[in-house]
Ligand binder design. Sequence first.
Ligand code: ZN
Ligand code: ZN
Length: 490
Amino acid sequence: MHLVPAVFLALALSGAIQAATLRVLVITGQTDLPYHDWRETAPFLRRVLEDTGRFEVKLLEEPRGLTAATLDPYDVLVLNYNGPRWGGESERAVEAFVRGGKGMIAVHGVSYGRFFGMEFRDGRWVASSTGDSGWAAYAEMLGASWKPENIGHSVRHVFPVKWVDPNHPIARGLEPTFLANDELYHKLDLRPNARVIASAYSDPAMKGTGKDEPQIWTVNFGEGRVVHMTLGHDLAAMYQPGFVTAFVRGTEWAATGEVTIGPVSAAVRGPDKDAVRLLVVTGAHSYPLSFYTLFEGRRDIRWEHATSTTEAFRPKMAERYDVVLLHDMHQQIGEAERENLRAFIESGKGIVSVHHAIASYPDWRWWREEVLGGFYFIKPADGHRASEYKEGVDFVVKPVPAMARHPVLRGVPPLPIHDEVYRHMWHSEKITVLMEADHPLNDRPAVYLGPHAKSRVIYIQPGHSDSTMRHPGFRRLVHNAILWAARRLD
Ligand SMILES: [Zn+2]
Ligand SMILES: [Zn+2]
């Protein structure tokens, strides 16, 4: 049976009966062990769940104080926790949550000793010295416990995990095995209520037991469902596609008793199919590398990079790109490149010009007068004096009140920045100023729309410093500008 990836499934569902979003609480935070770094793994587990489109996920880093009321809105708990016990009320609340018909999926080191009445002393697990006998229902809920002397695993290695119950909903339709990159837990005592659905051969050459050891099992606890995965030692272990697929399907099953999510990848999803196609042009001027982070990792932008005008402005650009973002400062541009860029603009495609790109192509009048509507003169020309700059100035660029409702300014606050000021620039009467600077060394227009009738053109003056590139308000402005130039924002 062929299963569709989750992303297509989500689209398919939206056309028919939309499956309700499942609410997930990841219980995490705290470990005094030198491994099982929840700060890395908890956000990863959250992302892979949310990427399926099936779950809404919250993280809880302080489980002490959990109550029945806190847990009530959730369908399923993810246990990714290695810290101290939570105390009677919180533990009873979790127990009642699952027993009452909801779900839990427990990952990797949660089977270590504390909830079983042990403590970690001199590098090993031993019976608690405080007389703590543990959380009585925990082993029953997890379907397993460990004698202190048995706690352990093979050395970390890459090994196949086999679905030994291929008809269980979590396994159904998947390849018969998947690869784990993990510690291979062994010598766990499974309870009679555990149903093993995946196991792995524990190789004596890797300090294993020479036996098949259970890796994933399910438990019916009261009216609820529990999944236990021994896998998931660290981020690299979780990055395995087999882990992610088992984890998201296991979470869905624990929540509902059914599985609709197909195999998924751990990789960060790339841009959407209909993302804006952006060409970013640099060259002839340096810039902080954080500039690239303005485009990378966004689902609605797919970007390419060119570092010369000949590489950037080729024939039929309009077929390949929706927007060209200029952060170059080339002083020369050939006839053919002008023609290609002009055709792109005349076809109605968009232009975003950032910072020093306002000084590009000085002998191309049409460009500055009909497209950008502004210009920085490196040297005097056409009766205009040279413009001036100063680096490292603190100033504020703020929305023009009358333009506050323009889509490019949506969510853009005033920007106090440490950047470069420009003054004595040329500005066309035909520009529409969206943001202005209030500083004696800077001309007032700082963000404006160019005059071209067919193309959406916008110039953004800030963009010199690393701190500007990382400013959330600036990032929002550039993102809005790209979407607006592509006619995706109105
Ligand atoms: Zn581990
Ligand atoms: Zn600069």
